[in-house]
Design a protein. Structure first.
Length: 278
């Protein structure tokens, strides 16, 4: 029954990869909105619950990076040659690493403190008003965090293989739920004390995924040789987010075990989706 979902997707939305990329971007953004809206009914999630949920998101992204991006990129789209995908991974990770020079990553927003190894730890904020600066940094950091996910979905649909793209879309959508909730909670911690604005911040973070999904699908359709590089780039960027942001933040509050179990469960869910849908 589950295996017919890619066929149903094709019946509903056709076979145009760019259109499919747009639909995929809308779907994962909707899941982000759903997660962000949970702040209205789950107003004060415990740190333990959030660490477990974010661990789950990390597990989904970790498995998806390999099953839907790295391995197909090598085996199917570069004829077994790993070099294009590995180059893309290195560039994707480097892009996220260098972005930290301009925009501090989500750890400063979730914990309220800049990590000692962050770029320019003593640099003054560009905005004089401290609260406004926190909000601006919040929006920029979460937008940066969502970029690899939207790009990954677009690249997946750009490959033309719905058997790979649909489970990747569903997996990223599912992990966007706890991530969207975390965004809303972090928005409150950053000074957005009204839950409406916290949810709006979550919606805003998901909105960047839509144009990037379309861009990813269009780029690899226009220049097909870019596909294995783009798949590697998206995977490398997601792996960087997992290792540099999610895992450290879920292992600093004394809930390492629940975060680890969440990561394992997330990987299991993604592997099931990939096998049953692919």
């Amino acid at each position: 029954m589950v295996a017919v979902i890619p066929a149903q997707f094709a019946e509903l939305f056709g076979s145009n990869p760019v259109v499919n990329g747009l639909v995929g971007g809308l779907i994962i953004a909707f899941f982000n909105l759903l997660g962000a809206s949970l702040v209205f009914v789950w107003r004060d999630p415990s740190e333990r619950a959030m660490d477990g949920a974010l661990g789950f998101a990390a597990g989904v992204m970790l498995a998806a990076s390999f099953t839907s991006l790295i391995l197909p990129g090598i085996e199917t789209y570069s004829n077994g040659d790993p070099i294009p995908v590995l180059i893309g991974m290195a560039v994707g990770a480097l892009f996220l690493d260098r972005s930290d020079v301009l925009v501090p990553h989500a750890h400063i927003l979730l914990s309220g403190q800049r990590r000692p190894d962050a770029a320019n730890p003593d640099a003054d904020l560009a905005v004089d008003d401290e609260r406004l600066a926190g909000v601006v940094l919040f929006i920029l950091a979460i937008t940066l965090h969502n970029m690899p996910e939207g790009l990954a979905v677009g690249v997946g649909f750009g490959s033309g293989n719905l058997g790979t793209a649909v489970p990747l879309m569903l997996a990223i959508g599912i992990q966007n739920i706890p991530e969207g909730l975390a965004v809303s909670v972090a928005a409150i911690n950053a000074g957005l004390d009204k839950r409406f604005y916290a949810a709006f911040a979550g919606i805003r973070s998901g909105a960047v995924e839509i144009p990037l999904a379309v861009l990813g699908a269009y780029a690899v359709q226009t220049v097909s040789a870019l596909l294995p590089y783009a798949m590697g780039f998206a995977a490398g960027a997601m792996l960087f987010v997992i290792s540099d942001e999610i895992v450290p933040e879920t292992h600093t509050k004394g809930h390492e075990r629940i975060a680890t179990l969440g990561t394992i469960f997330g990987a299991i869910v993604m592997l099931y989706l990939d096998i049953s849908l692919g």
